[in-house]
Ligand binder design. Sequence first.
Ligand code: RP5
Length: 169
Amino acid sequence: MSDLTAGMAADNRPVAIIMGSQSDWETMRHAAETLDALGIGHECRIVSAHRTPDRMYAFAKGARAAGTRVIIAGAGGAAHLPGMVASLTSLPVFGVPVESKALSGLDSLYSIVQMPAGIPVGTLAIGKAGATNAALLAAAVLALNDEALANRLDAWRAARTAAVTERPE
Ligand code: RP5
């Protein structure tokens, strides 16, 4: 827990981070770490559109009732997970294209970003930057109705600004 998040309740988990495979965790952990830094409760689950479709369906259909408010979904290759989950819930879904070995994540990006009109997935950059920014976007959404979180998000951003030196060291 950081200075920003001291005193936060631990059982409030408005963000669900899901990913298609254990191998996605190296990327998606950056979303979890960013949420941790902002004091935003979250759960992390492996939910594959291809390998565990029943789990995906149950997760997406039950997410709102479970208290989830924003879903961050990471997947690589033929990355159907974010779009499939978005088709099953009207919660906001942010998609993170995981960098694939064969096509460096371009396949993941195109799979996630090219949703037909009607089922939106907010698509982030490939890899770590996308995972981090998905968490920051989730924070911004939740901060619309949470002034304390808005203040923590502002403080987080101010700290990033303050860390930029005038000259290279
Ligand atoms: C996708 O296939 C996953 O999201 C992962 O990025 C990719 C490769 O999965 P593994 O073969 O490493 O389990 O479904």
